[in-house]
Each structure stands twice: as structure tokens, then as C-alpha cells.
Design a protein around this ligand. Sequence first.
Ligand code: GUN
Ligand code: FE
Length: 470
Amino acid sequence: GSVVITPSLGNLEIQNNWLIGVDNQGLISHSDIATSTISQELIHSVSSSKGSYSDLVNLPPGSFLLPTFCDLHLHAPQFLYRGTGLDLPLLEWLKKHAFSAESKLDADPALAKRVYETLARRLGECGTGTVLLFGTIGIETNLILAEAMQSAGIRAFIGKVSMDTFSPSNYTENSAPEALDNAREFLGQFECRFSSLCPSERRVEPVITPRFVPTCTDELLDGLGQLAQNGSGDGKILRVQSHMAESHDVMEYVPQTRGGLSDLEIFDQRRLLTPQTVQAHCTYVQPQTQFSLLHERGTAIAHCPLSNAYFSSAQPFPLRQCLDANVKVGLGTDIAGGYSLDITNSMRSAVMVSRMWEAMRAAKEDGGTTSKNPRPINWKEALYLATKGGYEALGLPNFGTFIVGTPFDAQQIQLFDKALGSGTGPLDFFGDELDQEINEEMVEKWWSVGDQRNRLAVWVQGTTLYRGPA
Ligand code: GUN
Ligand code: FE
């Protein structure tokens, strides 16, 4: 069938009549035009039951394969109340809504299981196959989260939240040593629970997760930095995630309480800006000086345009300047700071915010009210950020391109049903598209107005995660 990928920022590749082979580990073992000699031999061997492949699937006309989406920032426990209570500044919102929801799940494992299993199912419906998750403080609750993702088949990187200050008394760790013990205990129990799975079966990994600077003492950040650098015992740095330079109130609060330092400087001093780190937001990072530091450190950014619109105040994230500096960037939903679990909404918001910000930035630079020089991101760039950009940020190179040797992580999108002679879901076509192969205009139309009704299937590492309505 047809395959759509974004091999690099801004480049869209459409291959019609493509053949992908998937082996019994869920890895791509063949990826080539279906008319090539070797593809033809492979097709023949399946139809005559002679080769090692057991089945041949033809994608119908009007549909295509796309890599699964990667959500780089999502608070799993906040799924409990997503879509409510977004009327406060960040630091007040955390105290009123986030901490209470999280402590509720830590106190009620049955509720946590229900919330996390529902979250996993909804992620599948949204085409999200890989996700970087914040959990709660509690160790057991995060193991429930990991079990829910593993059983659903979602590739998930899961952080037990570390926080030892500026937190309510019923939802905090009482000292840095206690928080560090908990972080180590979580890593240990995680390995205990999942290390018996072979690599092709295992979908979940732990992540060191200082919540953000205001809730972490220097001693805790220092210890987590050391744990990240030395924790695996085999010389590999462990994964880290946090929030950085997110909002107006945090930008004020941190220097006031930390001797004038910014959260970027503090994370860097504590060796928490690593090639294995993903920092959410970074809205207030200085484009001229600090993007180059993030590039040097190899640290990635989870851009969350929807939640930024609520918490960042006047400053939008300077996405183009960030991409120009070659910082790794992907997209996040930031449930529940953002209300939508669907990465297509992050893609669309990213373009919208970028257009408005670039128009303002360029006009200001030109000294007027309009300018011919804005450089907003376009839909193809947003699609890259939602797929390959996210995988690069997680250090999963070549994921999102259907290259041989990578896992078959894919979603099947249907634009129209040729047999019915009509568009599918919200898509309507009035021209001769129904007789054509997939082209760029059709993919753009899906990007703009498609929804879950256009998603027929989702696979992660060859295993079906979701089957849609057709
Ligand atoms: N900063 C620290 N914690 C949070 C959180 O839960 N959500 C968001 N958006 N920002 C945070
Ligand atoms: Fe967040």
C-alpha cells in the first residue's frame, strides 16, 4: 500500500505501492517498492506459503501507513481530570488540581488501574504508540501505570515523580535522602517487575523525574543527577525528564528562592541536562544563548503549545529559533495542563502559535506592524515533530521512517473508501481524488481536518494496539 513519512524536518515522502515486511519480533525486515524484484519474490513466497512470512495484507486505495505519534510529555494521573480547571496560573493550578488528583491515585490503587487502563486505550485510539509519562510520587502506583502500558502494548517511558519541597504535606517526600531512596527503589522494583521480558516483548522503561525546580531541593537535584549519570551500572546515562522555564510565575519564583539562578542553570549545575534528558516547555529559554547550550548538552524539548497557551502568559515558545539551533524537539500534550490527548491537536496548535508568534516577531524586527519575513512552521514540519522528531528526542534513531531493523510502529489512516465513492470520517472529496493515488494535498487535508474516524489500525512493534471502525 501507500506509506507517508517525514524523513527530516519539512520533508514529506509519499510512496505508493510500497511493501513492508515485518518479522516475528515486530521488526521491519523489508521495506521497498513493491515492484522491485526482491519485493516480487517476497510476495510470491508468501502467496505460495514458502517463505518465512505468514500473511500478505493489501492496504485499500485511499489509505496509507503513517508512523505512530510520539507524545513527549503527559501526566498520566492528571488524565483523571483532564479538560477541567484550567483557569489558574500554574503554581496555583498545581496546588488546587494536580497534586490532589495525583495523591488520590496514590491512595487508591484500584482507581489508578482504571484511570491508567483507560488512558492506554485512549492513546491507542489517538494513534500515539510511544509516550513519555510523568506518574505520581508513589512507587506502586507507577508500577500499575507501567503494567497498564505494557499490557496495552504502548511503548512507554515512565517517571516516578520526585519532589521534596514546596508541596502539600500529604503529597511530598520528607527529605532529599528519602526521595533519593524512593527513586532508587522505583528503578529497582521496575527492573524486578519487567526484566524477565525479552527485549522484543518489553515496552516500558523507567525515567528519573524531578518534577521541576520549585519542588526539588538542590540536594535532591544533585542526587538525581548523580543517579542519572551512574544509575545503570553499565556506564549508560539514565533517562531524565522534567519541566523547565515553563511559566511566568516559575520564572519569578525560582531566582527569588535560589540565589538568582534560573532553572536552566540549576539543572545544568546538577548534571541533569544530558543527551538522555527531555525538558518540557522551555518557553522562556533565551533563544540567543541558551538554545546553543541545550544543543551542546544534547537535551531535547517537549513542546506543548496547548498548555503553554494557558500557563506561559505573554511568551510563546520560539519554536523556529529552537529548530534553527538544532535542538531536538518533539510534541507533548501535557495532559492535564493541555486538555487534549490527541497529538493532532498539538500539531495544529504548534502551527497556529508559530504563525502568530513569527508574525509578531518579524514585524517587531522590521519596526512595523507587518513583515514579509515571518518563518512559521508548516504542517509538514509539525508532522515531523509529532513523529520522527519525538523519536529522535527520545534517542530512538530511525524510528518513524519504516527503515529495516526498526520496530513496525504504524497507524493506518483512511482518507476515502473507493468502494463507497466517498471520503471517510470528516473528509469530503468532490474531485477525482477517489481515483488517484495518495498525494500531498490529500495528506494535508487529513492533517487539517482528519480525526479518529480516519484511523483504522495502530501497531506497536508489529502488535495490534487498536482497530478502528471500518
Ligand atoms: N510543572 C510542575 N508540575 C507540572 C504539572 O503537573 N503540569 C505542568 N504543566 N507543569 C508543571
Ligand atoms: Fe507538564
